[in-house]
Design a protein around this ligand. Structure first.
Ligand SMILES: CC(C)(COP(=O)(O)OP(=O)(O)OC[C@H]1O[C@@H](n2cnc3c(N)ncnc32)[C@H](O)[C@@H]1OP(=O)(O)O)[C@@H](O)C(=O)NCCC(=O)NCCS
Length: 234
C-alpha cells in the first residue's frame, strides 16, 4: 500500500501539479515583486524581495532572498539568508545539514534523531543558519558548510567547499576555500560597507549603475570619504 502511494506521488503529473501550486502561491504572495520561479523548483517557507529569479530544479527551504539576488539551476539551499544583489550560480549547496564528527561513536542520525526509533530525544543539532551577504557571487558547484557567513562583496570560486566564514570582499577558492585576494583595499572595503549602496533607493542605484562599472573612479567620487554621510539610504 505504502509503495503504491509512493508510486502515485512520483507520477510526473503530481510533480507538475506541485510545481504549479508552488509557483501560483508564491507569485500571489509576492505579487508586484517580479518574482520568477522556473520549472520544477520546490520552494518551502521562503521570503523574497524585489526581482528575484530562481532557475529550474532548485530546492529552497527556509530561505530569505534579498532584492535582485538570483539562484542558479539545481541549487539546494536550506536555512539561508541571502542579501541583495547576490549571484548564486548553478548547483550550489548550502545548509544541507551536518552529522556529529566528534563525541559520538557513530555519525549516523539513528543515534541522535528520534525518528529512527533508537533514541527518545534529539541529541544533536543538525541544521544551522547560513548567511550570504549583499553583492556576493557564489561560483558553480560550490558547497557552503552549515552555519558559515559569506561577507558582503565576497566571491567564492567554482567548486569551492566553504568551511569557515569568509570576510567581506574576499575572493576565496578551493577545497577547503582559502582567500586568494581581496577585491579592494581595507580602507575601500570599509567605505563600501559604510555606504551600503545595496540599501539605497532603487532610483539612486539606477542613477549610479554606470559609474559602478568603473571601480576606482566610483571609489574616488561616489564612495569618497567626504560623501559618506550625504547619500540617503532606503
Ligand atoms: C574565482 C574566480 C572568480 C576568479 O577570481 P580571480 O581573483 O580573478 O582569480 P584569478 O583568475 O586571477 O586566479 C587566481 C588563482 O586562483 C586560481 N583559481 C581561480 N579560480 C579558481 C577556482 N574556482 N578553484 C581553484 N582555483 C582557482 C587560479 O588558477 C589562479 O591560480 P595561480 O595563482 O596558481 O595561477 C573564477 O575563477 C571562478 O571560479 N568563477 C566562478 C565561475 C562560475 O562559477 N560561473 C558560474 C556563472 S554564475
Amino acid at each position: 500500500m505504502r509503495f503504491f502511494l509512493y508510486a502515485i506521488a512520483r507520477f510526473p503529473l503530481f510533480h507538475w501539479l506541485r510545481w504549479l501550486s508552488i509557483v501560483l502561491t508564491y507569485k500571489y504572495r509576492f505579487r508586484g515583486q517580479k518574482l520568477y520561479i522556473s520549472w520544477a523548483c520546490v520552494v518551502k517557507n521562503c521570503r523574497f524581495g524585489y526581482s528575484n529569479h530562481i532557475s529550474e530544479q532548485s530546492i529552497l527551504t527556509n530561505v530569505d532572498v534579498g532584492d535582485f539576488s538570483y539562484i542558479g539551476a539545481r541549487s539546494h539551499l536550506n536555512n539561508v539568508t541571502i542579501g541583495k544583489f547576490s549571484s548564486i550560480a548553478p548547483n550550489v549547496k548550502a545548509g544541507l545539514g551536518t552529522h556529529p564528527s566528534r563525541g559520538f561513536i557513530s555519525s549516523h542520525p539513528a543515534f541522535y534523531a528520534p525518528s529512527y526509533g533508537l533514541v527518545e530525544k534529539q541529541a544533536f543539532e543538525e541544521y544551522h543558519q547560513t548567511t550570504i551577504g549583499n553583492d556576493v557571487w557564489i561560483g558553480a558547484n560550490s558547497t557552503l558548510v552549515d552555519g558559515v557567513t559569506i561577507g558582503d562583496g565576497a566571491i567564492i570560486g567554482a567548486h569551492a567547499v566553504v568551511t569557515k566564514d569568509i570576510p567581506p570582499y574576499a575572493v576565496a577558492v578551493g577545497v577547503p576555500a582559502k582567500i586568494i585576494r581581496y577585491r579592494f583595499s581595507e580602507a575601500e572595503i570599509k567605505r563600501l560597507q559604510a555606504q551600503a549602496w545595496w540599501d539605497k533607493p532603487l532610483s539612486w542605484i539606477k542613477a549610479h549603475a554606470e559609474q559602478m562599472q568603473h571601480a576606482s573612479e566610483y571609489l574616488r567620487t561616489v564612495a569618497a570619504p567626504e560623501r559618506q554621510e550625504s547619500t540617503p539610504k532606503a
